[in-house]
Design a protein around this ligand. Structure first.
Ligand code: MG
Length: 164
């Protein structure tokens, strides 16, 4: 219970950015949801920047390092990986250390795709994997910089965890 502050609480922050791929066959996956009609993201895994930012927020909160340490992109085991599975693995690592997730909140900055129409699906998938409410917001970069030119997208996430 968040209202009962007798436990130990930590916050964590995560950030991730990926370039859009020139490969028309590569799907765009964000928060475990596939977006059609938009280029996919370059990455060793499926490039799901939302899942990656949430994973880093959780690992950071627990002092368990970061996604690059836990799932090295030099390891072929993670090539094309479903990033929701990586997120689920991180939640297990937290649980093994006695932590449970209270919630996480994400902001995706992208000119495209529009997040709002798929937000419920993304939140449902992420929350299902984490076992706690994960919320997602979309923002546009207002034509500023690389994100505004649509060269890629970025995601920021914060998370709260609790150890009773
Ligand atoms: Mg990433």
């Amino acid at each position: 219970m968040v209202g009962d502050m007798s436990g130990e609480f930590r916050v964590g922050h995560g950030f991730d950015t990926h370039r859009f791929s020139g490969d028309p066959e590569r799907p765009l996956i964000l928060g475990g949801v596939r977006f059609d009609g938009v280029p996919g993201l370059v990455g060793h895994s499926d490039g799901d920047a939302v899942a990656h930012a949430v994973t880093d927020a959780l690992l950071g909160a627990a002092g368990l390092g970061d996604i690059g340490v836990m799932f090295p992109d030099t390891d072929d085991a993670w090539a094309g990986a479903d990033s929701l599975e990586l997120l689920g693995d991180a939640v297990v690592r937290l649980a093994e250390a006695g932590w449970r997730v209270v919630n996480a909140d994400c902001t995706v900055v992208a000119e495209a795709p529009r997040i709002a129409s798929r937000r419920d699906e993304m939140e449902s998938r992420l929350s299902g994997v984490v076992g706690a409410p994960i919320t997602v917001k979309g923002k546009r970069a207002e034509a500023l910089g690389a994100l505004g030119r649509g060269e890629g997208l970025a995601c920021w996430a914060v998370a709260l965890i609790e150890r009773p």
